[in-house]
Structures are given as C-alpha cells and as structure tokens.
Write a protein that binds this ligand. Structure first.
Ligand code: HPA
Ligand code: ZN
Length: 350
C-alpha cells in the first residue's frame, strides 16, 4: 500500500538520492574498493592472493558474517602508511558527499592494523587528515568511532585504548564489531566503562546474527546509545517496545544483511516493519565496497523491494539519521532545513 502522496518509483529514487542524510554505520576498511586494494598493493609492494580486480571481486560471495570478515581483514592488509589511510578515507568521503551525505560517523578497526605492526598514530593521522580535507573541499562533516574487535580478548581492547589516548581528541566514541555470536557485549563491559568515563559515546553491533539478548546486554552492560544492525530485536516484542520508547536508534544496513544472509532477499528485509513499529531506524552501507553499494544504493534497493516504503518513510529515514547522530543540535537543525527544502519541492508533484 502506498500513501496517496507517493511519487512514481523513479522519482522516489531521485528523492532518496538527493535528500541530505547522515551515515552512521560505515566501516572505513569496508570502503576499500578492489581497484584501490590493487593500487595500494602495488604502491606498497604487497603481493595479493588474487591476480586482478575481477578475480578478487569474484571472491565476494559470502555465506555469513565470518566468511565476509576473513576476506575483509585480508583486504585491509594493503594499508601500511598514513597516506594509505588518507586515500581510503578521502575516497569514501568523496563518494559519500556525492550521495548527499552531509555528515558521517565512521568506524575504524585499529586492531586490524596494529596487529600487523602498523602504529595506531599512522592509522588515525591519515584518517584525521582526510576528515579535515573533506570538510574543507567537500563541505562534509565526519567523526571517528573506534571499534574493538570482539573476537579478541578485552585485554587487547584495553591495549588499544591506551594507544588511542594521545589521539583522544580525534575520537568521538567507541563501538564493537567483528564476529558476534559467542562474543557477547558483556565481555567488554570494563573497557566500555573506561571509555565512557573519558567522555566518549558508546555504540555496539548487536542483533545482526546474535539474539535479542545481545541487544539488551549492549544497552545494559555497555550503555550503548545506538545499536548497529539490531534487526533481530523483532524476535522480542518487549525489546522493540523498549527501543521505541527510549528512541534508541538502529543503524540498519540492508544490502549487508542480504549479502551476509541475515535475510534471504531484500523483499524479506524487515526495515519497513521496524519503521512501522516506531523505531528510530537509519539506513547505512556498512561495508559498501563489499556489499554492492553506498548509502543511496541501500536506500534505493530497499524502497524498490518493499511496497511499505514511500515518500513519508524516505523523509523519516533522513530525519532519523540526523536525530541518531552525535552531531551538535545546531547542525541537526540546519540539515533539517535543507531536508525541508528538498521535500517541499516534491509537494503536489506526485
Ligand atoms: N558486523 C560485524 N563486524 C563488522 C561488520 C559487520 O557487519 N562489518 C565490518 N566489521
Ligand atoms: Zn557494521
């Protein structure tokens, strides 16, 4: 059923692409396109297990989260120098700005690099310089959220925190990613407490492959302010009610969920149900170089597949992305005015 104000599908797609939006769930290492992997491998003298871009792309056929993570961590192996991190982040920010992303809160996985002998400072200085230059050149604002790899012990997260302290002004918050099942949020309760004491925001991946209990524990044990993915909350009506009442945002990643077989196809994705339940849902790209699209492709793919999504939901998703961001209220107000400009122009245009 479409609302009476609905536009034709092509016009809706244009609106989705044009509307200003924030992206809140993107792993910078997941934006490393195969072409850039090969360029960096050449620049750094790294030998790759695939002869060319096409054969690397053919390996992107995932069965589940872990089969993706194995390939994703291998791809990150070409990142060695500050300029590599800069080039990767600049490429993402350029691409995001082209999608009318006005603000991005970007995950990075320091342990993926420090475990290979790359200094924490190399990683963050490259990313920070790209943030600065993108703001100047493209007008896009961005922040960094440092993720701990949950398959590693909490002790390793504490070592990462120690390495991050000299650069703390570059970091907005902490998150939790990597293999979810068997690595519940409470494993990181102590390090998250320390991070919150530092004034950092807290978010966590939960309820991607893991059960609703992991979402509860991310909220109670980590005091997560947003849940990354969180789609499995639908298995627990009491949790859905709690998330709605407290306006805990879910950063949903539709193409990722289909590629990692959380849902068999986009037609079966529950993003429309989550919105219908009154949740503060946002749409994001997760690892766009691996999952077939950046934020606009994610939006267009779910609006094409799901009849419950129309103009009203498009606007709601953009509003949710601003509400769910950690940006200052003044910035949010300015973005909402820009959004009104875009949607005002579509009135009576259906
Ligand atoms: N889930 C968990 N860890 C990740 C993901 C994800 O979707 N992407 C990159 N690291
Ligand atoms: Zn993610």
């Amino acid at each position: 059923m479409h609302a009476p104000d609905d536009l034709s599908r092509p016009r809706l797609a244009t609106l989705l692409r044009t509307m200003p939006k924030a992206e809140l769930h993107v792993h910078i290492e997941g934006t490393l396109e195969p072409e850039l992997i090969f360029a960096l491998a050449r620049r750094n003298g790294v030998t790759l297990p695939h002869p060319d871009v096409e054969s690397l792309r053919r390996a992107y056929a995932f069965q589940d989260l872990q089969s993706f993570l194995d390939i994703y961590y291998a791809g990150a192996g070409v990142l060695l120098r500050e300029e590599d991190f800069y080039d990767m982040a600049m490429a993402y920010l350029r691409r995001a700005a082209a999608d009318n992303v006005v603000h991005a809160e970007i995950f990075f996985d320091p342990q993926t690099h420090t475990m290979r002998g790359v200094e924490f400072g190399t990683v963050i200085q490259g990313l920070a310089r790209a943030r600065h230059d993108a703001r100047q050149a493209l007008g896009i604002s961005s922040e960094l959220i440092m993720c701990f790899l949950r398959h590693l012990p909490e002790e390793s997260a504490f070592e990462t925190l120690a390495a991050a302290l000299p650069y703390r002004e570059h970091i907005l918050g902490v998150g939790l990613d990597s293999g979810e099942v068997g690595n519940p949020p409470e494993k990181f309760a102590n390090v998250f407490r320390r991070c919150r004491e530092l004034g950092w925001h807290a978010v966590a991946h939960a309820g991607e492959e893991g059960p609703p209990q992991y979402i509860w524990n991310a909220l109670y044990e980590l005091k997560a302010e947003r849940i990354d993915h969180g789609v499995r909350c639908l298995d627990d009506p009491r949790l859905v009610a709690y998330l709605a009442e407290h306006r805990i945002p879910l950063t949903v990643c539709p193409l990722s969920n289909v590629m990692l077989k959380v849902y068999p196809s986009m037609a079966q994705h529950t993003v429309a149900e989550l919105l219908e339940a009154g949740l503060c849902v946002t749409v994001n790209s997760d690892d766009p170089a691996y999952f077939g699209g950046y934020v606009n492709e994610n939006l267009v793919a779910c609006f094409e597949a799901l009849p419950g999504l129309g103009v009203r939901e498009a606007r709601q998703l953009a509003l949710n992305s601003f509400e769910a961001s950690f940006a200052p209220e003044g910035d949010k107000e300015a973005w909402r005015r820009r959004l009104d400009g875009v949607f005002g122009a579509t009135e009576n245009a259906g």
